[in-house]
Design a protein around this ligand. Sequence first.
Ligand code: HAM
Length: 417
Amino acid sequence: MSAPTLKAPRGTYDVLGEQAEARATLEARAKSLLAGAGYERIETPAFEPTELFARGVGESTDIVRKEMFTFDDGGGRSLTLRPEGTAPVCRAYVEHGMHKRRQPVKLWYLSSFFRHERAQAGRYRQFWQVGAEALGSDDPAVDAESIALLAALLSQMGVREVRLRLSSLGSADSRAEYRERLQDYLRAHEQSLSEDVRSRIEQNPLRAFDADHAATRRVMHDAPRLLDHLSDDDTAHFAQVRELLDEACVRYEIDSTLVRGLDYYTRTVFEFTSDALGAQSGVGGGGRYDGLVQLLGGHPTPGMGWAAGVERMMLAGDGIAAGASPVDVFVALRSDGARRAAFGLLEAARSAGLHAQMELAGRSLKGQLGHADALGARYVAIVEDGATVLKDMQDGGQERIATDTVVHAVLRGLRAL
Ligand code: HAM
């Protein structure tokens, strides 16, 4: 009789063949984008002292209350498989004295994380995240750059139907005052609230905005909003973040009900969702956490970052072809006379970090467009005498512009969601 077969635990999976290739591509793209923006790779251990997450993520969060894989190390010390990466990165920042380096210190990771959640499509117990953290500066440009990088990553992964929700939670001080106001409001409507929300009025009243319970949602519809109670400094900070995102052509919706499942956030918070995903529509999210390093025993150090789910990016992506690199712009030629100008454009595009290809086989213009389409090019630049027609292959729109403005136009187009 043969031995009974064994299966991977619930909520975990094997990475095989094409999937492994697609992940390698995803990693290469994330690395090229983030290293290019000055982020250094960091890997922290798969498990940490439980206290790191209890303190960092927050005792009243679902993650700490219900979702951690915690075990005894055999010597009476409690360890936990990391459910997220921000607290470990901050722990490493303090442990390695990174405050002595030039600030902000920018770090990125691609690691596996563990949460004891109900497994379903897009929700696993072991999952991977690409994350990026910038520590040591509270400049709103850090927030905007960080969010724009995630927008660029999702666009490079071909993630479809993306929406960005953005809000500010204010600094700890302005929040304290608002918290009391919200608690008063919740107590006044206590009888309509779900058991869960009621039990968290003292510890974590903001989570009430996240409730699924219908009566709670009705109550929360008219609840006071934190965005209307920010301090002047926080309001100005948030306005600058929005201004810079506008400048970078990153589209967003302000959502004053946005709360995140982790307690460390201050000021900017955001979440990218994809309508191409089902119930688990969150593809990536993050925000500012100006108090976390200090909470973990370091000097007061502002921080800002995000993490995006690898599985969700792949589910919502338009298929990351194994090994194939995305073509941002395909340079086509109207006639042979445009060859030099086209070659110059190709080089300029590559110097700007774009993935660019050029017609190399003497095809007709129609043939070149067909070829660009087969390569999955996002833009085709048809170089003519003295100008270039830039064609957006996603919406079919085109415009005739000066050849030396094409790279800029493509960069702007790629950033706009
Ligand atoms: P989070 O929103 O908990 O944030 O997770 C970020 C992303 O990880 C989610 O948007 C989702 O794509 C993915 N994810 C989370 N849980 C699962 C799961 N069970 N299965 C599959 N994918 C999942 C954080 O973790 C923060 N550390 C983000 C951050 C970094 N904030 C500041 N810096």
